[in-house]
Design a protein around this ligand. Structure first.
Ligand code: CP
Length: 321
């Protein structure tokens, strides 16, 4: 099996290999390209009749998911199995966490039991950084609070590049619950580093302070009008409206939100003919995206899910071997 790309070899000669994946803020463009190139090799493995290589034989990966997940948890499990690693799923339920064991003690315990990689999802922003301080192996962030979801952003970047051939100079419109979205934050790092022109579109209450976004990412545009934002879009990314985080009265009603910000067939006409429709999932169909749009020829939502396995294989291969 030839997994080493020239990008990999260059990165190895130029810089020390990273051990953790916390977010894309500290990834260089070359490093992102290396992940995307390696993902192509992983897709080739997944297209074989026997979708397994021995690369991580003998390694143990623990999936620590303290928040619900379908796509991320299962794709990490499939990725680890395709690389022949052992996988343990840990949700906290049925473990000593329920008796009050702290996260740090849990991590130390997993270290003593021989874990090599911790993949962690947690409702508290910053948890992966804390975990890494108490673990000698690799830590991969599978989503922490509203902060970051780097593996989702990487699979989004891969899907865009796979479908449109490049990312540089594309107009990407991210719509919806920006305020609570770790997917939006990680995509902002990834897309801007790869040269995309990003517009964020939401009601003012779902931005928080718009000044913050432009201070952090000075090249982006902010819009409160979806029809205008979609004009000439190459990629449209609808975000899940996080109903569980809406207690602060940020929206008058879901019906009003949908009227002005749902992605409908009619609104797709403002975008370019080749425009991709993306959604990280899970979707609230009828709220942020209409079912016919999610199933339209523009939609690459199922490709995003499928590419999630190959991207996570690439990350496990590059940063934990
Ligand atoms: N996109 C995403 O993180 O989905 P899950 O919550 O199902 O993992």
């Amino acid at each position: 099996m030839q997994l080493q790309t020239s990008a990999t070899q260059n990165a190895e000669s130029n810089q020390e290999r990273r051990r953790h994946v916390f977010d894309l803020d500290d990834f260089s463009r070359a490093e992102i390209e290396e992940v995307l190139d390696t993902t192509e090799s992983m897709k080739e493995i997944l297209s074989r009749e026997i979708k397994q290589v021995p690369t991580l034989r003998g390694k143990t990966i623990v999936n620590m998911f303290f928040e619900e997940s379908t796509r991320t948890r299962i794709s990490f499990e499939l990725a680890a199995r395709s690389l022949s690693a052992g996988v343990i799923n840990f949700s906290g339920r049925g473990t000593s966490v329920e008796k009050g064991e702290s996260l740090v003690d849990t991590v130390r315990t997993l270290q003593s039991l021989g874990a090599d990689v911790l993949v962690i999802r947690h409702s508290q922003s910053g948890t992966p950084y804390l975990v890494a301080q108490h673990f000698q192996g690799s830590v991969i962030n599978a989503g922490d609070g509203c902060h970051a979801h780097p593996t989702q952003a990487l699979l989004d970047l891969f899907t865009i590049r796979e479908k449109l051939g490049h990312i540089d100079q594309l107009k990407v419109v991210i719509i919806g619950d920006i305020l609570h979205s770790r997917v939006a934050r990680s995509n902002l790092w990834g897309l801007t580093k790869m040269g995309a022109r990003v517009t964020l579109c939401a009601p003012p209450t779902l931005f928080g302070a718009a000044r913050f976004w432009q201070a952090a990412w000075p090249t982006i545009n902010i819009s409160y009008n979806l029809d205008e934002a979609l004009d000439g879009a190459d990629v449209i990314m609808a975000l899940r409206l996080q109903k569980e985080r809406q207690q602060a009265g940020l929206l008058p009603s879901l019906r009003e939100y949908s009227r002005f910000f749902a992605l409908t067939d009619e609104r797709l006409d403002y975008a370019r003919d080749h425009a991709l429709v993306m959604h990280p999932g899970p979707m609230n169909e009828g709220v942020e995206i209409m079912p016919e749009v999610a199933l339209s020829s523009h939609s690459v939502i199922s490709d995003q899910v499928a590419n999630g396995v190959a991207v996570r294989m690439a990350l496990l291969y590059l940063f934990t071997t």
